[in-house]
Design a protein around this ligand. Structure first.
Ligand SMILES: [Zn+2]
Length: 144
């Protein structure tokens, strides 16, 4: 099965231009925190959309990450892994009949601290994530 990734399968791969604000902890931040805590770690080779997918390798935490980390304009640094969160959005990427959306480790930081840089449609996408709301820690906010 070849997987075609659509723009909507990616969430919060953004590069904020503004400064880091006092974290906004609202329904968006809490839903995203809950979803991120149960995200599957370790996707790094999905960009090779022509290959046949072995879903175990796809979610292998010990598999290779990307070669570098991303650094936010404020200095917060991402991990070199991507993360797959479950979503109710039926149009998102299907793997074993689950709908997932891919994100990065700075997603909570972006939504909480750089809200002005997060497009409205991404906030709507967050509310489709299948997760209970959770209060982010300072580390999850990228401030710890
Ligand atoms: Zn930042």
């Amino acid at each position: 099965m070849a997987i075609i990734l659509e723009k909507r399968d990616f969430l919060l791969f953004i590069e904020p231009a503004g400064k880091c604000h006092t974290p906004v902890i609202d329904k968006y931040t809490k839903r995203l925190t809950g979803a991120f805590r149960s995200a599957k770690v370790g996707l790094s080779n999905y960009s090779n959309i022509a290959r046949e997918y072995d879903t175990e390798a796809f979610f292998d935490e010990n598999g290779g990450g990307w070669k570098g980390s991303h650094v936010c304009i404020c200095g917060a640094m991402s991990s070199n892994k991507d993360y797959a969160m479950l979503t109710r959005d039926v149009l998102s990427l299907h793997i074993d009949h689950q709908q997932i959306v891919l994100t990065n480790s700075l997603c909570i930081h972006y939504v909480a601290c750089h809200r002005d840089d997060v497009p409205t449609e991404m906030l709507e996408q967050i509310m489709l994530l299948s997760a209970d709301d959770a209060e982010p820690t300072q580390t999850e906010l990228g401030l710890g």
